[in-house]
Design a protein around this ligand. Structure first.
Ligand code: DC
Length: 222
């Protein structure tokens, strides 16, 4: 089973690129940010903030991820939170929750389980996939873009002013890359792709070329 790790800051195009690469290869897709968002959603619902309380809540509300790149879904217990985890409230609280070492340890187990469940291959996107979650992945990408390009894309996606999106991205970049446990970082053996001047199709093509170069695609599915 092949693991492709795609790390990088928010808004660089990780999700769109990862889903398209996974679809093209006929592989699974794991959005690890969605798992952290699901935990943040649960903490808000339960009005809790300590790692201990959150771990207890996760034990009673199992987090599930449907790893289909055409329609990925995340559940907290029986509740489908796929849409709700994208609200501003969740976005604002998730960096703090994802900096808690106990939460990272708990989600690390879940991420590795989901990776092991993939049959042929899986594209995993996040911040610490190449460095911590799947350090043996045969292809690691670090996808980055200038903050101005990232803010412009996000502001179109969520229909919000570029300046406030830019401030929010900068703040999350800061928290994500300076936290003590598994901060956002490029693995030493990751291939750097800068998507500032690339559109989605070109970015997907770069990853696809790397998969071919490394003979990771195997036989096409009939
Ligand atoms: O990719 P995203 O914006 O949905 O991620 C949400 C948050 O989760 C983001 O603030 C960083 C955090 N995260 C993380 O710490 N480690 C990961 N592997 C994935 C996401």
């Amino acid at each position: 089973m092949i693991v492709v790790a795609i790390d990088g800051p928010s808004g660089a195009g990780k999700s769109s690129t990862s889903k398209l690469v996974a679809q093209r290869a006929g592989w699974n897709y794991l959005d690890t940010g969605a798992l952290y968002r699901a935990v943040a959603w649960l903490a808000l619902r339960e009005k809790i903030s300590s790692a201990e309380e959150i771990l207890a809540a996760i034990a009673n509300n199992t987090i599930h991820f449907i790893a289909d790149p055409k329609s990925p879904k995340v559940f907290v217990g029986d509740v489908d939170v796929t849409t709700e985890i994208r609200t501003e409230r969740v976005t604002e609280s998730v960096s703090v929750i994802s900096a808690l070492p106990e939460i990272r340890a708990s989600l690390l187990n879940l991420q590795r389980r989901l990776i092991n469940e993939a049959e042929r291959g899986i594209v995993v996107e996040g911040r610490d996939i190449g460095t911590v979650v799947a350090p043996d992945a045969p292809l690691k990408i670090y996808l980055q873009a200038d903050i101005a390009a990232r803010a412009a894309r996000r502001s179109t996606e969520i229909a919000a002013p570029v300046s406030s999106v830019s401030d929010s991205l900068a703040q999350r970049d800061q928290i994500d890359s300076t936290r003590a446990v598994s901060p956002l970082a490029k693995a030493s053996d990751a291939v750097l792709i800068d998507s500032t001047e690339l559109d989605l199709e070109e970015t997907v093509e770069r990853v696809w070329e790397l998969l071919k170069e490394r003979s990771l695609l195997g036989l096409p599915i009939v």
